[in-house]
Design a protein around this ligand. Structure first.
Ligand SMILES: O=C[C@H](O)COP(=O)(O)O
Length: 254
């Protein structure tokens, strides 16, 4: 019932030659593989979306932004709007990644406005939530994640089923530490419970994906969990062989 999503977040990485090589290698590895309920989404730096859009041809890949402005146009130097992402071929956009929450002081309220702006532009927001190690160890994890989700749900009102949630324990991002599968499943189940407070149907429909040191080696076991509907991959998405292995393990697991 829920779509399976494998999302590559390239963060501040890529260049013209690297992008060409990645598309060529992903094309060779994924050629001919089609699945109506799997989506593989590349989120490169916004400046490269146009190049990638031109390179992708009929390869079964989609594009996403890494962030967007909560504004649609105007005097907001350096920002990229949802319409701009849409024009460059994006179907998705990340919103509220922990690196933006921490480094750019993005509040829950701002993340909610960005998610709303994304939907208004016809993009599906992938809303990132997750706790720090300190929050986990001091027992605040559930409250933190619940608040992150509630802010968005309260702002979106009727549109809540149109989003994707990405759970990323901040302590597992880029550290080589991955949440144990049982820990990840437990939080995903908790997230589904929070969604259920708004709508049972939405809770069943919204894909909740996991991120944090995902690799080819741990992807299959994560994807076996009943409430993990896909993966948000950082570092390993920059290595075509690793990323392909993750995509293929997802495509073969259902
Ligand atoms: O957006 C991706 C996440 O921040 C995970 O990054 P990572 O796979 O390098 O830990």
């Amino acid at each position: 019932m829920r779509n399976r999503l494998i999302v590559a977040n390239w963060k501040l990485n890529g260049n013209w030659a690297f992008n060409e090589m990645m598309i060529s290698e992903l094309s060779a590895g994924l050629g001919g593989v089609q699945s109506h309920d799997h989506e593989i989404i590349l989120c490169p730096p916004a400046i490269y979306l146009q190049q990638l859009n031109g390179l992708m041809g009929d390869i079964p890949l989609l594009l996403g932004g890494q962030d967007l402005s909560e504004h649609f146009f105007g005097a907001y130097t350096g920002e990229v709007s949802g319409q701009m992402l849409k024009e460059l071929g994006c179907r998705y956009t990340l919103v509220g990644h922990s690196e933006r929450r921490a480094r750019h002081q993005e509040s829950n309220e701002l993340v909610a406005l960005k998610a709303k702006a994304a939907l208004a532009c016809g993009l599906i927001p992938i809303i990132c939530v997750g706790e720090t190690l300190e929050e986990r160890e001091s027992g605040k994890m559930n409250a933190v994640i619940q608040r992150q989700i509630q802010s968005v749900m309260e702002c979106l009102e009727d549109d809540i089923s149109q989003v994707v949630i990405a759970y990323e324990p901040i302590w597992a991002i880029g550290t080589g530490l991955t949440a144990k599968v049982e820990q990840a499943q437990e939080v995903h189940e908790f997230i589904r419970g929070v969604l259920r407070e708004y709508s049972e149907l939405s809770a069943q429909k919204i894909s909740v994906i996991y991120g944090g040191s995902v690799k080819a080696a741990n992807a299959p076991i994560l994807l076996e969990m009943p409430d993990i509907d896909g993966l948000l991959v950082g570092g390993a998405s920059l290595l075509s062989s690793e990323f392909l292995a993750i995509c293929l393990s997802s495509l073969n697991s259902k």
